[in-house]
Design a protein around this ligand. Structure first.
Ligand code: ASP
Length: 412
């Protein structure tokens, strides 16, 4: 369903590059400025959605856990597993982007967001708990937003009927935000066109050469995580054959690839999990929560994107700043909605945390939707592997083992 959107965005980009070169050759500065304005409007609209999207999707995700005491063990285990695999994914991304240096030599401009003061760990920690939530949100303090969302989710989870109205409001806020994102994706080709015009007119074609290297870095990282790390976890933690288990989920993985949406894929994943012998209590909990907060592919992608843009700007991120990218990429992935380009919406959070110009996102926008297909597949794969691991550790694994064995026998 979303292939069309990807195609149109790509066409917008190519036309933007051509127009940018043309405007530059003809010296049509005002055309470049108008196009840049359209691109900026698009970027601002994306940023506008960050707060409602993260707040509603995260709070609802936590609230969906159900009963806090009954599910505390399952919840704890699942969240630990999710954080662990997210952290591995981001580490792979950071190692690769430092080794390959896809953005090196691009040199856009040496600038940082002027309004950001130098980062201090103490301030960062203090800002997580906002004394004035409204002020914190108005200032765009994302860690405070994540904290508030988690807290609201936990409160909704423990409240019984009293939380119901807020749950409904948040649910509807999430739906509305998704509708707006849908609209935004419809006009994205124009936004991308405008950004591409300005980039090409200002910097010439050479600015796009590193994009291929960037895509390679992202896809290589996703392949290492999806084809090596996650199957190894099935083998070591769930103690079953990754191949026999994963073949049950081919439909879900293909759906993820073609829709670029973990949420849209969720019904298919839940259905495949039943066939794979995952018990109801595990799949009904692990998968919806995973579709909301577990995004290994997105986490890896956001970290690589931020470092790539930093390299392109000639900004070398210190070790501490890279740790910050590590933390914020994890949080941004948790906060991203499982929809096409959901990760793109939370990306300014990672950029701002290390003072990178958010308009640098223009560099990665043209191929974002292409890479989305790959990262969404890895996101869903992470949830699928989570089911097997949680089922084994919770000692629910007898049915999984016998199912998988009987399927292997049937196949041979
Ligand atoms: N499209 C991704 C997903 O649904 C989120 C993202 O944009 O990274 O899982």
């Amino acid at each position: 369903m979303k292939h069309d959107a990807a195609k149109r965005i790509f066409v917008g980009f190519v036309l933007g590059v051509i127009a940018g070169l043309l405007f530059k050759a003809l010296n049509w500065q005002s055309a470049v400025e108008v196009s840049g304005l359209v691109g900026d409007l698009f970027l601002r609209a994306l940023r506008m959605l960050v707060i409602p999207l993260i707040f509603s999707s995260l709070a609802i995700g936590i609230a969906q856990i159900g009963d806090i005491t009954r599910l505390s063990r399952l919840g704890g285990l699942t969240v630990v597993y999710y954080l662990f695999t997210n952290a591995i994914a981001v580490t792979i991304g950071l190692v690769l982007v430092n080794l390959i240096q896809p953005g090196a030599g691009t040199l856009l401009a040496e600038e940082r967001l002027p309004e950001l003061p130098p980062l201090q760990l103490k301030t960062l920690l203090l800002n997580i708990v906002p004394a004035n939530p409204i002020e914190a949100l108005a200032k765009g303090e994302m860690l405070a937003l994540i904290f508030l969302s988690l807290l609201t989710g936990a409160a909704l989870l423990t409240s019984r009927d009293s939380g119901e109205p807020i749950k409904q409001i948040l649910n509807s806020l999430l739906q509305l935000t998704m509708i707006v994102i849908h609209w935004l994706l419809a006009v994205a080709p124009f936004g991308v066109f405008g950004l591409a015009v300005r980039l090409t007119a200002e910097f010439g074609l050479s600015v796009f050469l590193p994009l291929a290297k960037y895509a390679f870095t992202v896809i290589l990282g996703l392949a290492i995580h999806g084809l090596i790390v996650l199957p190894l976890l099935i083998l070591l933690l769930a103690r079953i054959s990754p191949f026999a288990y994963l073949r049950n989920f081919l439909t879900a993985l293909l759906t993820a690839f073609s829709t670029s949406s973990s949420s849209a894929t969720l019904p298919v994943t839940i259905e495949c999990a039943e066939r794979a012998g995952i018990r109801d209590e595990v799949r009904r909990f692990v998968l919806p929560l995973g579709a909301t907060i577990n995004m290994d592919g997105t986490a890896l992608y956001e970290a690589v994107a931020a470092c790539f843009v930093a390299q392109a700007y000639g900004i070398s991120l210190t070790f501490t700043e890279q740790i910050l990218v590590f933390i914020t990429a994890n949080l941004a992935a948790i906060g991203a909605a499982g929809i096409p380009a959901g990760g793109l919406v939370t990306m300014p959070f990672v950029f701002q945390s290390v003072g990178l110009p958010v308009k640098g996102m223009a560099l990665i926008l043209p191929i974002d939707r292409f890479l989305d297909m790959f990262r969404t597949t890895v996101n869903v794969l992470g949830d699928i592997v989570g089911c097997a691991v949680v089922q084994k550790v919770m000692k629910f694994d007898e049915s999984l083992q016998s199912q998988t064995e009987s399927q292997t026998q049937m196949a041979s």
